[in-house]
Design a protein around this ligand. Sequence first.
Ligand SMILES: C[S@@+](CC[C@H](N)C(=O)[O-])C[C@H]1O[C@@H](n2cnc3c(N)ncnc32)[C@H](O)[C@@H]1O
Length: 256
Amino acid sequence: MSKGKLEKFAEMETFSNVFQYPYSVIDNKPFTMRGQWRNDYFHNDNPIVLELGCGKGEYTVELAKLYPNTNFIGVDIKGARMWKGAKMALEKGLKNVAFLRTNIEIIDRFFAPNEVQGLWLTFSDPQMKNVHKRLTSTFFLERYRRFLQNNGVVHLKTDSNFLFTYTQHVVAVNKLNLLFSTDDLYHTSGIDEETATILAIQTYYESMWIARGLNIRYMKFALPHEGTLVEPDVEIPLDEYRSYHRNKRSSLDARK
Ligand SMILES: C[S@@+](CC[C@H](N)C(=O)[O-])C[C@H]1O[C@@H](n2cnc3c(N)ncnc32)[C@H](O)[C@@H]1O
């Protein structure tokens, strides 16, 4: 492990806005803030919005600056990435930001029913071979709705045609309420100014995909509490740039 990473891990232990509960910890160290994030950490009654797979936490930090009356929590398993967002939030004195380092598979252990208002999925790995790791699969949507308010909004921003198309099928087959969708965000007209400001926030991965000339896709849909969710039974073309260049890394350095 690089020295930089070790230093970041050590510093993260001292950050008041970071909670570290990977699989290896959660069974030995009970998490006591489930249902109590607002009382015990944020000290307000404002809504909570999560960024899942937040990486360096660009959406978490930038949304927190735009919306001081909403609480934002970035979730990821990779501590060295999260360090950047957590450090920035501390430096800027953002009291409405927290980071949770854990596996999203067990996300419902950290939030009580109705505790969360909405979710952002930013450039999630499309997981083309493994539906159970795909963050918009019904496996994950079932977990999200255990703590999301009824009809809480799920935002998906992605370069991946595979993940975008798959999620469109999930929405269609389950008759979820699709609130907005574009497969070419930066060439779509008629987006209101507030939404355009939010969608202009760029993550680390997004900037690399844009540099490679890829379209950015965005959709948002409402996730209701009721109804059985079913997986779509469809064949979706794979993203060739991922399948063919996985071992070459090209200009995308996923190690950072
Ligand atoms: C492609 S990166 C995108 C990071 C960031 N949102 C961005 O746009 O720059 C996907 C992130 O999701 C995280 N991730 C994927 N699956 C996860 C899981 N099951 N639990 C926790 N983190 C996960 C990875 O660690 C990684 O940081």
